[in-house]
Design a protein around this ligand. Structure first.
Ligand code: FCB
Length: 459
């Protein structure tokens, strides 16, 4: 068994702290055309030659659509107190607008009930990148009408599930949707057009606002947030040019989203840089976040360079995961502290953090000591952030089980549970065992704890 005794680590998290895992619909559900589901832009994108390095699609993925009972039982066995999942818009409204699909809604209805029956609090993301293809055909995120359609979809789902789901995230990583999807073209819809990507980013922010309003008018007690991918952006050298480039990268990745969501409008330096590409007037805009979700994987190191940002990324030396991302827990603590200092969110969750490693089954077991170490170091950083007064109330490991990792297909394994794609058998890895022990130790410590825990957390 790898990993030390997690008791000391567990004690550093306050009572009521949520320990969860995160997944996304397209990455696990499969059943791409079952029971009336419409195609999404990922169904289309995966069929473009060369788009997915392994040539795979998410047609089956983890077949969670048919195996959700088993997967909920797995979560219960791990002792999870929360689960971040996403809803597939085209499963619920096949054309993006108009007639809902009763079978799709029923799937989520049953899943939510099962989670609650097992004491697992659902955190629901409405958009984790699987736009209905029909919406793309009408202009996709480059068209502000998509933001309105998204709000109508959010309203439908909130009216249906809001009596049981309290915690909502509108969008997952709008930076990735906008720029990986419309500038770099490595994600669906696979477009390479920087001006269109800037436009998409603005329409995504408008979609967040419209959906947040729709959710709240469906259920006044709803807590609405968003999950942003945030990273410190460090200059490669001390040169003023590299410092400026790092600041632009920070503007692109972090401030372009955080500033408007915290009621400040777009950051001036970036609005100026993007001025040639079109700009909405965001005065009076406010994301009205009840909480901020932070997805953290690694920092960025930046030097002066080319392209619209006049900045290039530099690959740091040191330890990397199997997807090539630096292992850097210190930057995790830094980004959490910086968000608290600069924006003062009311509540925060780590909505994603985790690592890919080349896990193998040996003697019916999957031993993943590197992931255990990764998680120990990142949970330690999160506990330190709490002692820095970061209002962190939960942590969702990416991810529950190995799944369809976008353009990498199933070649990158991030799960704390191993998926055998040929048989769909799930095996808890040693990291899953470690997490189970951490959660149990937290429960144990907190049921016997003195009443001096730092903060009371509502459940
Ligand atoms: C994040 C995504 C998530 C997963 C992880 C590894 O950017 O939100 O779906 O792919 O990266």
């Amino acid at each position: 068994m790898s990993g030390g005794d997690p008791t000391a680590l567990a004690r550093r998290f306050p009572q009521g702290f949520l320990f969860g895992t995160a997944t996304a619909a397209y990455q696990i559900e499969g059943a791409h055309d079952a029971d009336g589901k419409g195609p999404s832009i990922w169904d289309t994108f995966c069929r473009q030659p060369g788009a997915i390095s392994t040539g795979e699609t998410g047609d089956v993925a983890c077949d969670h659509y048919h195996r959700w009972r088993e997967d909920v039982a797995l979560m219960r066995d791990l002792g999870l107190s929360a689960y971040r999942m996403s809803i597939s818009w085209p499963r619920v409204i096949p054309d993006g607008v108009g007639k809902p699909n009763a079978a799709g809604l029923a799937f989520y209805d049953n899943l939510i009930d099962a989670l609650l029956e097992n004491g697992i609090r659902p955190f629901v993301t409405l958009y984790h990148w699987d736009l209905p293809q029909a919406m793309q055909d009408r202009g996709g995120w480059a068209d502000p009408e998509t933001a309105l359609a998204f709000a109508a979809y959010a309203s439908l789902v909130a009216r249906r599930l809001g009596d049981r789901v309290r915690d909502w995230m509108t969008l997952n990583e709008p930076e990735v949707s906008a720029f990986a999807g419309h500038w770099v073209g490595v994600h669906a819809p696979g477009i390479k057009d920087f001006p269109m990507a800037v436009l998409a980013s603005q329409n995504l922010l408008l979609a967040h606002r419209a959906a947040a309003d729709a959710i709240r008018s469906a259920h006044s007690a709803a807590q609405v947030g968003i999950a942003l991918n945030l990273s410190p952006c460090d200059p490669a050298t001390d040169s003023p040019a590299d410092h400026d480039a790092a600041r632009r990268m920070d503007g692109y990745l972090n401030r372009w989203f955080l500033d408007p969501l915290f009621g400040r409008g777009y950051p001036e330096d970036m609005a100026e840089l993007y001025a040639p590409y079109g700009r909405w007037d965001l005065r009076g805009y406010h994301g009205k976040l009840d909480f901020l979700g932070v997805n953290y994987y690694a920092r960025r190191i930046v030097r002066a360079g080319g392209g619209p940002l006049r900045a290039d990324r530099v690959d740091p030396e040191g330890e990397h995961t199997a997807i090539g991302w630096e292992v850097d827990p210190a930057s995790f603590r830094r980004i959490l502290a910086r968000v608290r200092r600069d924006y003062g969110p009311r509540r925060m969750y780590v909505t994603e953090n985790g690592a890919a490693y080349d896990d193998v089954v040996v003697d019916d077991r999957v031993d993943d000591p590197k992931r255990v170490r990764f998680l120990e170091r990142h949970f330690d950083a999160a506990a330190s952030a709490i002692s820095d007064d970061v209002p962190l109330e939960g942590y969702f490991i990416w991810t529950l089980m190995d799944n369809f990792e976008w353009a990498h297909g199933t070649s990158k394994r991030f799960g704390i549970v191993h998926t055998n794609y040929a048989t769909q058998r799930r095996r808890v890895k040693s990291s899953g065992d470690w997490y189970r022990r951490l959660i149990a130790a937290h429960r144990e410590a907190r049921t016997t704890a003195s009443p001096t825990v730092p903060r009371a957390v509502r459940t």
